[in-house]
Design a protein around this ligand. Sequence first.
Ligand SMILES: [Zn+2]
Length: 331
Amino acid sequence: MGGQEGRLKCFIAMNIFHHNHSHNDSELTRALSDSANKQSSRIRRIVIVGCIINALLMILKLTAGYFGHSDALMADGYHSLNDFGADLIMLLFIGISFKKADGRYSYGYGKYETFSTFLISVFLLFVAVHISEEAIEAIIEYNNGVILPQPDIWTVVVVVISMFAKEFLFRYYRHGAKTTSTMALLTNAWHHRSDAMASVATLIGVSFAHFLGEPWRILDPIASLVLVIFIVVAAFRMLKPAFIELMDHSCNGEMVVKAENIVKSIPGVRSLIHTKSRKNGHFYIFDFTIGIDPKLTVEEGWKISETIQERLHEELGKNMLISINTAPCKQ
Ligand SMILES: [Zn+2]
C-alpha cells in the first residue's frame, strides 16, 4: 500500500464504518470526495484519542461500579465498553477489511469488520438483559424491606469525571469535524454529548443513593434501567446495518437508482434487464444484465461494459465491484 493510497483507504474505512454506525451516507460520500488525502491521519488521530478515553472510562466505571456497589455505574461502564469496542473494531479492521481479495476470499475481507460489529452488538444485548435482571432484583429486594448497599463516594467522583471527559470529547470531535469538514466526526461528537447526558442519569442515581440515605438507594437500580435504554439503542444502531449486510441486503435504494440511471445513459445499452446489489464491508457489489444490439461483435459488447464500469467508478466511487452480463435485445 503506497502512502497516499494507504491514507485514502484509511479515510474511506473510517467514513464507511461511521456510516454503518450513523446512517450518514451521502454526507460521508461527499466528505470523502472532497478532502480525501490530507485529512485522514488527522481523523485517525481524533478517533484514537476517543478510543483511549472510552477505554479508560470503561475500566474506571466497571471497577468503581463493581467495588463501590453501584448498578447504575456498572451499566454506564458497559455502555463505554460498547463505544470502546466500536472504536477499536474500526481502528483494527481498517487494515484487514481492505486486504486485497485473494483466492480464499474472492470478494475481499470486508465482512470481518461487519461480523465483529454484529458480535459486539449481540453481546451488548445480553449485557442489557443482565443489567436489567440485577436492577429488577434490587428493586424487588428493596420492596421486601432489604436495605440496599450504599454506593461508595468514589462512584460519584467517577461519574463526574466521565461527564467532563465526554463533554471534552464532544468539543474535541466537533472541532475536528470543522477543521477536516467530516460530517461523520460531527455525528460522533453528538454521540459523546448524548453519553454525557446519559451520565446525568447515572449521577442522579448514584449521588442520591449515596448522599440521601437508605430510602433513596432505590434510585441507583432505577438509573441503571434508564441506562439500559441507551445501551439497547446503541446496540441496535450497530446491529441492524451489520445484520442486513451479512444477509446480503441490497444497497440503499438511492444508490441503486443512481447506478441504474448511469448504466441506462451509456450509448449502446438498449435496456437494463436487471440489477442485483449487495454490500461487502467497504465495497458495493453490483451485477447488471444489459440488453444490447445482437449484431454487435463481442469486442463491441465488451467496450460497452468497460464504459459502464468507468462511468460508475467516476460517479459513485472506486469502491464498487461491478460485473456486467450482456443479452441480445432486438429493439
Ligand atoms: Zn456511547
